[in-house]
Design a protein around this ligand. Structure first.
Ligand code: ZN
Length: 158
């Protein structure tokens, strides 16, 4: 059985048992809510975000796709960033999705997204996704998670 939160040494019970029960050992400084502090945690979206979407070139879109482990398959930039463009994920699935949906919506391959979740494999080939996945998952995890992670999944589907 695998725990969703990862290996036990880094994130699981073994990790929690090593944490101090003494409040003096914890940094309870309130977080710095300044925007300059928040800038340290901005995600890299894999393209020049100072450009509006309609100003991005085909080369910009190829770079953004590569940052997601995939490819931009159209030969030129789209006339309409809300109309479907053609993409391929790192696992070879080709799909149509608008530039806006990919770059502003954060969506990617519709075949990789549904269960079973193979997020550890995706993070290994998709640097964009890895930025958020490795915030609370170990790089040595190799889980594929299906419906079995839900108790009473049959009830959920009704
Ligand atoms: Zn895919």
């Amino acid at each position: 059985m695998n725990a969703y939160w990862g290996d036990t040494e880094s994130f699981g019970m073994a990790h929690y048992k090593k944490l101090s029960a003494n409040w003096a050992d914890w940094d309870l400084t309130p977080p710095n809510n300044s925007l300059s502090e928040a800038d340290k945690f901005k995600l890299d979206h894999g393209y020049d975000e100072s450009k509006s979407l309609d100003k991005l070139s085909a080369a910009d879109l190829k770079k953004a796709a590569e940052f997601r482990g995939g490819e931009y398959l159209d030969s030129k930039k789209p006339d309409d960033v809300y109309a479907p463009s053609h993409w391929k994920c790192a696992f070879g699935h080709e799909f149509d999705m608008s530039v806006n949906t990919v770059l502003k919506g954060g969506h990617w391959c519709p075949e990789c997204d549904p269960m079973p979740w193979n997020y550890d494999a995706i993070a290994k080939v998709n640097p964009f996704f890895a930025q958020v996945w490795y915030a609370d998952h170990g790089k040595n995890e190799d889980l594929v998670q299906g419906e079995e992670i839900y108790r009473d999944y049959d009830e959920y589907k009704k």
